[in-house]
Design a protein around this ligand. Structure first.
Ligand code: SF4
Length: 421
């Protein structure tokens, strides 16, 4: 399976302009996971003591640890669901990181493999797992993890490493299970969910790499309430930062001139206008504003960037990257991508705009995975957050969008509502 990530030629990459400057993260917690830039060896890793077994699940619940892969689901709930079922049980460290705007899982696997393995083994112990797996797509991360396993030697449960090609959908938890079981890294219909029937048919905890990296600190009672933020776009210093959960991004950023907007949660949680700077950067707070923290990736659109063009770019990406398994998804992303392109070049009719608005609601939940929901989020957020810009843009496209080649008017109309695949 091949994947096409945004290349330097993509407009996604060309949004990157130095219009914002980062300042030191005032008030940020002492970094727990981002404290080095070279690979940590076993001799350097300080393994904290702490609670274990079911007490660890209680501690994870008390810490309100939520999945850092995108869904934000309570980790303790997933752990209990696996622990309470008959074995054989498996825990998978999910480091596929298909989201094109995120780098945190690769950082952790490459630089702090012992922290991840420690979290994985503690989670495996807590749910009484028989087996553990590190699932990844990055070659350097694989080398780092394999070296770490050689350093550790024998572990309490066997740990396998499974590497797949990097795709947007390969990290979805049913795709993870399918790939570990020897199939393609593609999502399956739910139920069953992995905790019901996962690796080798047994209950399986699929946990994001950052989620697991938080567990040693939680076990020891030293965890900080922080999140890894991959910051890209119109910023002076794009990169990976550890920031406190629940504090506005404005506390960490200097904005010399007004940004146009923010792509939240990578390509998944949609666009927010400049008000994003004042919303506490947390799971509940962003959800309450119709957005999301997702995998912690934020892309900043600078003053010269165009939210309409950004949405057209993201939808074109989804149109390329969806797994083409579910009719509503591959037809829906294609239809929405085409309509967004018409919005960008100023040729979208009123009827087309209303169709696009309708699809962004009616297609939700219609795919085997959340990719289609991500496409819907991006469209709905553009129409809700930037209504005047959309109207203005339809009348007079911005210079950047006006320079785009005209959309293909010979393509047949697509009916995303059809269930045919
Ligand atoms: S929803 Fe889309 S991306 Fe997900 S499995 Fe179906 S076709 Fe593939």
């Amino acid at each position: 399976m091949t994947t096409r990530l945004p290349s330097p030629e993509d407009r996604v990459a060309r949004w990157n302009r130095a219009t914002m400057a980062l300042v030191p993260l005032a008030g940020a917690p002492a970094p727990l996971v981002l404290d080095r830039d070279t690979r940590e060896t076993l001799a350097e890793y300080v393994r904290p003591d702490g609670v274990s077994g079911r007490e660890l699940i209680d501690a994870v619940e008390a810490a309100d640890l939520r999945g850092r892969g995108g869904a934000g689901f309570p980790t303790a709930v997933k752990m209990r669901a696996v622990a309470e079922r008959e074995g054989p049980r498996t825990v998978v460290a999910n480091g596929d990181e298909g989201e094109p705007l995120a780098v945190k899982d690769r950082y952790l696997l490459r630089i702090r493999p012992h922290l991840v393995l420690d979290g994985l083994l503690r989670a495996a112990d807590a749910v009484s797992a028989d087996r553990a797996v590190v699932y990844l797509s990055d070659a350097l991360a694989e080398d780092s993890v394999r070296t770490a396993l050689d350093e550790v030697g024998r572990t309490a449960v066997p740990i396998d490493v499974v590497r797949v090609a990097r795709t947007y959908v390969g990290g979805e938890e049913s795709a993870v299970v399918r790939a570990v079981n020897g199939g393609p890294a593609l999502p399956t219909d739910k139920p069953p969910r992995p905790f019901e029937s996962g690796v080798d048919g047994g209950p399986t905890l699929v946990a994001n790499v950052e989620t697991l990296a938080r567990i040693p600190g939680i076990a020891a009672g030293t965890a900080s309430d922080s999140v890894l933020l991959t910051l890209t776009g119109a910023v002076e210093r794009p990169g990976l930062y550890e920031v406190p959960l629940g504090r506005p991004l404005r506390e960490h950023l200097t904005v010399p001139s007004a940004p146009q907007g923010f792509l939240m949660g990578g390509f998944f949680a949609g666009l927010l206008g400049p008000r994003a700077l004042d919303i506490p950067f947390g799971f509940a707070e962003l959800r309450a504003e119709g957005s999301g923290l997702g995998c912690g990736a934020v892309f900043v659109l600078g003053p010269d960037d165009c939210p309409v063009a950004a949405v057209a770019d993201v939808l074109a990406y989804f149109d390329r990257e969806n797994a083409r398994q579910c009719g509503p998804c591959f037809r829906g992303t294609a239809a929405m991508a085409e309509a967004a392109r018409e919005l960008a070049d100023g040729t979208a009719t009123d009827a087309r705009l209303e169709k696009l608005r309708g699809w962004s609601q009616s297609l939700r939940g219609r795919g085997a995975c959340a990719t289609l929901d991500g496409a819907c989020n991006v469209v709905a957020s553009l129409l809700d957050e930037f209504p005047e810009l959309v109207d203005r843009h339809r009348a007079t496209p911005c210079p950047r969008c006006a320079a785009l080649p005209a959309a293909d008017r010979t393509a047949p109309d697509i009916d995303p509502e059809s269930e045919e695949s």
